[in-house]
Design a protein. Structure first.
Length: 113
């Protein structure tokens, strides 16, 4: 859609009361407003906490990381002697993630977003 078509559709949706002020027009094709969308999601998700997780480099840790990608916003993963992960999660699942990481022999640092 071109810019004019988008504006027309937005106006129609606003008239129908289907849009509030919390929307972002996104185009993955044009890579437009992806950062704005992520910021809006972060602002609207309640009670996020930042986790810095350090895990041993092994198969079980890889499985844990794979599952973590499904439930957390991962902002970084580094592989050295250990796997170092930066993630943001809802506080409601924080304890479960921390417990699982520690069972794998990992360490976790927690801070507020």
């Amino acid at each position: 859609l071109d810019e004019k078509e988008i504006k027309n559709k937005v106006k129609k949706l606003e008239k129908l009361g289907m849009l509030k002020n919390n929307y972002v027009l996104v185009s993955t094709k044009e890579k437009r407003n992806i950062d704005k969308l992520i910021d809006m999601i972060r602002k609207n998700l309640p009670n996020l906490v930042k986790l810095r997780i350090e895990l041993p480099l092994n198969k079980d840790s890889q499985g844990f990381l794979s599952k973590l990608f499904e439930i957390a916003l991962i902002s970084g993963v580094r592989y050295d002697e250990k796997i170092k992960i930066k993630a943001e999660v809802n506080y409601k699942i924080k304890d479960k993630i921390v417990s699982s990481a520690k069972k794998l022999g990992g360490k976790v640092k927690i801070s507020k977003v």
